[in-house]
Ligand binder design. Structure first.
Ligand code: ATP
Length: 237
C-alpha cells in the first residue's frame, strides 16, 4: 500500500522555485531516500511533507487521504513525525522531558511507557542520561534524542533530515544501523541524506534530486552501482 504520495509538488520561497513538480511515492514498510547536492531542495521537500512550508502546486496524499492543506500539527496526529535537520531538541529540558514533548499529539497516552522503553532500547545512551538536559548532550546524542522524540509520536512515517550530519564516523554507522532497526520494527522511513553511500545501502528505493527536480530513481542497490551516481555523489569515478 502506498503510504505517502507527492504528485506534481512545487514549493517557492518568494519568487525562487526550490522544488519543481516533484512526484515521489513511499510504500508502507519501506526506507526511501532522497539524495542530492546542497540546495537541491531536499529539506524543502521534507518541510512540504511535514506541513511547515505550503505548496504552490501539486498534492500530497498520506494514508489514503489528501493532506495538502492540512495543518502541520494535525499531520503529526495522522502519523507523520519529523526529526528535523539541525536536531531542534529543547536544550533546557531533560531527555525525559524532551521525549515527553514528542508525544504531545498522542491521545492514547496509556502506552507512552512502552514507547519510551522502545526508544531507550534503541538508544541505551539516552537511558543512562535521562535526567541530563538536552543542551549538554554531544552532537551524536542530540541526534539520537531528536530521533527518539520523533518516535514518541508513534508515527507511521518517520521523516529524517540528514541524521548523519556533523557526526563522527562511528556515530554515522550507528545511526544508520538504528534507522534500519526502526524500519524493521514496522516504521516506514523517508530519509534525506548527503551521505549517499550509507543512505543508498540502507534504502529499499531512492530518488535523486537536482535543483528541485527528480532526475533518477531506482532501488538503493541499483543507484549504488551506477557509474554516474558514483561519480556525482559517492566521490568515486
Ligand atoms: P542542503 O543539503 O544544503 O541542506 P537541500 O537540498 O536541503 O540543501 P533546501 O534547503 O531545500 O536544499 O534548499 C533548496 C533551495 O531553496 C536553495 O536554493 C535554497 O537557497 C532555497 N531556500 C531554502 N530555504 C529558503 C528560505 N527560507 N528562503 C529563501 N530561499 C530558501
Amino acid at each position: 500500500m502506498t503510504l505517502l504520495e507527492l504528485s506534481g509538488v512545487s514549493v517557492h520561497y518568494g519568487r525562487i522555485k526550490a522544488v519543481s513538480e516533484l512526484s515521489i511515492k513511499v510504500e508502507e514498510g519501506e526506507i526511501v531516500t532522497l539524495i542530492g547536492a546542497n540546495g537541491a531542495g531536499k529539506s524543502t521537500t521534507m518541510r512540504a511533507i511535514s506541513g511547515i512550508r505550503p505548496l504552490s502546486a501539486g498534492t500530497i496524499t498520506f494514508d489514503g487521504e489528501d493532506i495538502t492543506k492540512l495543518r502541520a500539527d494535525l499531520r503529526v496526529v495522522r502519523g507523520i513525525s519529523q526529526a528535523p535537520e539541525g536536531r531542534g531538541i529543547f536544550p533546557g529540558m531533560t531527555i525525559l522531558e524532551n521525549l515527553d514533548m514528542g508525544a504531545y499529539a498522542r491521545k492514547d497516552r496509556k502506552t507512552l511507557g512502552e514507547e519510551m522503553e522502545r526508544v531507550f532500547e534503541l538508544f541505551p545512551r539516552l537511558r543512562e542520561r535521562k535526567s541530563q538536559t538536552g543542551g549538554t548532550l554531544s552532537g551524536g546524542e542530540q541526534q539520537m534524542l531528536a530521533i527518539g522524540r520523533a518516535l514518541m509520536a508513534k508515527p507511521k512515517l518517520l521523516l529524517l533530515d540528514e541524521p548523519s550530519m556533523g557526526l563522527a564516523p562511528q556515530f554515522i554507522q550507528q545511526i544508520f544501523r538504528i534507522i534500519t532497526e526502526i524500519n524493521q520494527q514496522g516504521t516506514t522511513v523517508l530519509l534525506v541524506e548527503q551521505n549517499a553511500q550509507q543512505a543508498l545501502s540502507r534504502a529499499h528505493r531512492a530518488y535523486v534530486l537536482e535543483t528541485g527536480s527528480i532526475t533518477r530513481s531506482g532501488s538503493g542497490k541499483e543507484l549504488l552501482a551506477d557509474d554516474s551516481i558514483k561519480e556525482a555523489y559517492l566521490g568515486v569515478g
